[in-house]
Write a protein that binds this ligand. Structure first.
Ligand code: FES
Length: 91
C-alpha cells in the first residue's frame, strides 16, 4: 500500500492572520470556524477575567467578539473570512 499523495495547494483555501499567525482556512468559513481550525477557542476575557468563547454560533450570545482588521467587537460566528483578514483575540 502506498502513502497518500500530498495535498496540492488549493484555490479552495484562503489565508488569514490570527493573532499574527498565518493560517490557511477553507473558503467560505467564518472567523469562529477559522479560529477552531487554528486550535483556538478563546475570544476575549469578561470584565471579571473569565475566558469567553463562541457559544451559540448564530449571533445571539455575543461571546465570540474579536477584533477584525482593527475593528473591535465583531462577531466571529457571523463574519465570513476574507483573504488577508487580520483577526485578534483578547483571550
Ligand atoms: S457565538 Fe454567539 S454570537 Fe457568536
Amino acid at each position: 500500500m502506498s502513502a497518500p499523495a500530498p495535498t496540492p495547494p488549493s484555490s479552495h483555501t484562503l489565508t488569514v492572520l490570527i493573532n499574527g499567525q498565518s493560517c490557511q482556512v477553507p473558503t467560505g468559513c467564518n472567523v469562529a470556524a477559522a479560529m477552531a481550525h487554528a486550535g483556538l477557542s478563546g475570544t476575549r476575557r469578561s470584565l471579571s477575567g473569565e475566558a469567553r468563547a463562541a457559544f451559540c454560533g448564530m449571533g445571539q450570545c455575543q461571546e465570540c467578539r474579536v477584533r477584525i482588521d482593527g475593528i473591535p467587537h465583531r462577531l466571529a460566528c457571523m463574519t465570513p473570512c476574507l483573504d488577508g483578514m487580520q483577526i485578534e483575540t483578547e483571550a
